[in-house]
Write a protein that binds this ligand. Sequence first.
Ligand SMILES: [Mg+2]
Length: 355
Amino acid sequence: MTIKCVRIEPCMQRQEDPTWKFALADYPVIEGWLVAIEAADGTIGHGFGHSLPHIGSSYHGVRAAIELLAPRLIGRDPSAIESILADLDAVLVGNNPAKAAIDCALHDLTAKRLGVPLYRLFGGKGGTAIPQMRIVPIKAPEMMAAEAGRLAEKDYRYLKIKLDGDRAEDLARVRAIRKRVGEGVHLIADPNQSYTPKDAISALPRMEELGIELVEQPVKADDRKGLELVTRSVAIEADESAASLADVLFLVSNRIVDAISLKIPKLGGLRNTLLAAQICHVGRIRYRIGASFGPRLLAAQAAHLAASFPKLDFACELAEFDHLLDDPFEGIEVRDGTITAPESPGSGVRLIDRR
Ligand SMILES: [Mg+2]
């Protein structure tokens, strides 16, 4: 069985709250591309190519990269995923979100043709329901506390507080949220690179006193030494500093951070993200799947992967689809603050027929 054709369609999703923002950017509309890879027997696999300008992939750039790579897929066996991905890496350096769309579509197609849920391709399911963490976007402290309270009432037990590097305001944000949700909710913070190492070392321990259990990417992505210094003060998770498999290997082998947020678009697909998890596992660095905005398709594919990880530390962030409108897929939802990988073949979500 071979690949017959590859189709690319725009995928635009409005934010329910158009003022949703974090320290690096605000995206009132999440933009990307839906890739459909069709086999000669008519089976179709889907993947999502995320436009992430703040990490270097523009909307039109993602499409151009997929268009460059797509002809390489025609006539190939879609289950020869390793060999196809190696060829794509040889043709085009980087462009991980575009490669992730192709990788995800190949996995979806292969699992559908085998009649098995996606997680079976990654070694099978370990746990069942995966606890989810929700993001509280940057606003004034009292507004963030109200949003945190709303999420806690929806049974989320893990929340991530976005910060912007204003030390006094950030502390007020954490304090207001802790007061609103009480002690029973796990809290982490994500300043998205907005602190200098010195400011982070002075400010973050005070947040730790309020029960912040982990701080994601406090300093610039390329400031590995700064990241290492801050890690001596509080528990630190790398996000933007872990933008490739090579980055993950460096951070783990040099024990720069305590944890790594793994994301399918930035790492170039499910295959690379599984490998990154295994590198972390062997190096005894904590890992989980972080937030990548997009349709339920991407959340489902991430849930299949997370379900197969040898050990999942903390909650994942797969539930952000809950505040995006215009989702072209259905078939996966959050239950009691958790997500479970679907049991139907492939990714387990369905394209909504809007005709
Ligand atoms: Mg982050």
